[in-house]
Design a protein around this ligand. Structure first.
Ligand code: SIN
Length: 490
């Protein structure tokens, strides 16, 4: 049972035009605790009609919101930020219960998500265009930045608070209004966050949240894709869905930000500080139980340091405590659902059948209180023939590939359609620049495993998508550029 200090944070209806409403057809769907695989709440199961109502509200709110002085928008965002932090404990409990991550990590996610709200509150007041030197006497050339309009945000389950915060905050900072659909596994955090935005004083219609089950999600999203009033779609999730959004939004040529799948390489060169590399891999691979798009999926270790690295890594991984958020010691929570555990098990079985060896883990964790646990795992002898080398495992599995030279490892690291994040450890400054330039990804951790920050541009290249979240670039993605040319100035 989920107990909160502020029970009103637990919402079960859509937020449309400042009102909490049931789905128009009265349908609901269950929200499940991944730790027990049991339903503990239910929320509105919306359809295309609800999706259109949300756009009606966002489109009606847009003119006044976009004209509001940036300082006022910033103040509202700052109030929202303060309320998020004031409710850190409750929000973390909601996140842990619907998503499964240990409470300590969930608290970290609340702070991480809030940092985007604060950052974009500050950036709102720094939106500026250009005055360009005139080419012809008597003319002034000016460049303005304007909000794109209504934004549709479709967000994932792995960071139920941070991902929606880092889409809604820049949209509002830019002067856009939002319709958002959180993942069907984790709708409660988004609803709680929207409740706090309302409490902060956001005008009605500026933030609208529509929840839908797996079955009805396509109806909601397709309604937004077809609606010419929606001028931008921002999505975090899988590459196949990202491609669908790109195709379907073409008819109305919406602006798109797509943060899609990854297949991050993590490279340990022979000149690396091995302890730092193990620390970095623990931080990047086992965060959120390995369920992040930027998690290393392939760990390349130089032949001469391979055994020492694997020994140190296996000791750390084997000591990780697996359990539900209700256990203070938990470091790896349950996976999001049974399908996720099945995929991890399939990847490990495939790897072993193709010659990999399990150093630690390699099996489901059987607990009386729930079925969705998988043991943190280190595999050696990984090769490109294995499924885990080309598909995202999205779980706590570190497959180690042995390599012998720099050119070979760069070629293998880039041999993927994805290009979200990469990591490498080296102490040679010339190699650092060479490798950083050669890796085909949008983000690179150099002697660092934790790279995400509100001040940095988060996003990928190749089939990992386009657009950036965080940093000034993250605000730019919610604006278009308008050029004014004034003549007859004498
Ligand atoms: C993601 O997994 O999509 C986001 C992870 C992050 O923000 O670090």
């Amino acid at each position: 049972m989920l107990k909160l200090s502020e029970p009103t944070l637990l919402r079960s209806q859509n937020l449309i035009d400042g009102q909490w409403r049931d789905a128009s057809l009265g349908m609901r769907f269950a929200v499940t605790d991944p730790a027990t695989a049991e339903a503990f709440a239910s929320v509105a199961d919306s359809d295309a009609g609800d999706a259109s109502l949300a756009v009606d509200a966002a489109a009606a709110a847009f003119p006044a919101w976009s004209r509001r002085p940036a300082r006022e928008r910033a103040q509202l965002l700052k109030r929202w930020h303060a309320l998020i932090l004031a409710h850190e404990d409750d929000l973390a409990r909601i996140i842990s219960t619907e998503q499964g991550k240990p409470l300590k990590e969930a608290r970290g996610e609340v702070q991480y998500g809030a940092s985007y709200v604060e950052w974009f509150a500050e950036e709102a007041t720094r939106i500026c265009g250009d005055i360009v030197a005139e080419a012809v006497p008597g003319r002034k050339l000016l460049v303005l930045k304007e909000p794109v309009g209504v934004v549709a945000a479709v967000t994932p389950w792995n960071f139920p608070l941070a991902m929606i915060a880092r889409k809604i905050a820049p949209a509002l900072a830019a002067g856009c209004t939002v319709v958002a659909k959180p993942a069907e596994d984790t709708p409660l955090t988004a609803l709680a966050l929207a409740g706090l935005a309302q409490q902060a004083g956001m005008p009605k219609g500026v933030v609208n949240i529509v929840t839908a089950s797996r079955e009805h999600t396509p109806g909601v999203v397709d309604a937004w894709l077809a609606d010419s009033r929606v001028r931008k779609v921002t999505f975090t999730g899988s590459t196949p869905v990202g491609k669908h959004l790109a195709r379907e939004s073409a008819a109305t040529l919406k602006k798109l930000s797509l943060e899609l799948g990854g297949n991050a390489p993590f490279i340990v060169f022979d000149d690396a500080d091995l302890d730092a590399a193990v620390d970095g891999l623990m931080a990047s691979k086992f965060r959120n139980g390995g369920q992040t798009c930027v998690c290393p999926n392939r760990v390349y270790v130089h032949d001469t340091v391979h055994d020492a690295f694997v020994e140190r890594l296996a000791q750390r991984v084997g000591a990780l405590h697996v359990g539900p958020a209700t256990e203070d010691a938990a470091q790896i929570g349950p996976m999001i659902n049974a399908r996720a555990v099945d995929k991890i098990a399939r990847h490990v079985e495939d790897a072993v059948a193709r010659g990999a060896r399990v150093v630690t883990g390699g099996k489901r964790v059987r607990r009386a209180d729930g079925p969705n646990y998988y043991a943190p795992t280190v595999l050696v002898g990984a090769t490109p023939a294995m499924a885990l080398s080309c598909e995202e495992t999205f779980g706590p599995v570190a497959p180690i590939f042995r390599f012998r030279d720099e050119a070979e490892v760069i070629r293998d690291a880039n041999d993927t359609p994805f290009g979200l994040a990469a990591y490498f450890y080296s102490s040679d400054v010339r190699r650092i620049w060479r490798v950083a330039q050669a890796l085909e990804t949008g983000m690179i951790g150099i002697n660092e495993g934790a790279i995400a920050a509100e001040a940095a541009p988060f996003g990928g290249v190749k089939e990992s998508g386009y657009g950036r979240e965080g940093s000034r670039h993250g605000l730019d993605d919610y604006m278009h550029t308008k050029y004014l040319c004034q003549g007859q100035l004498g």
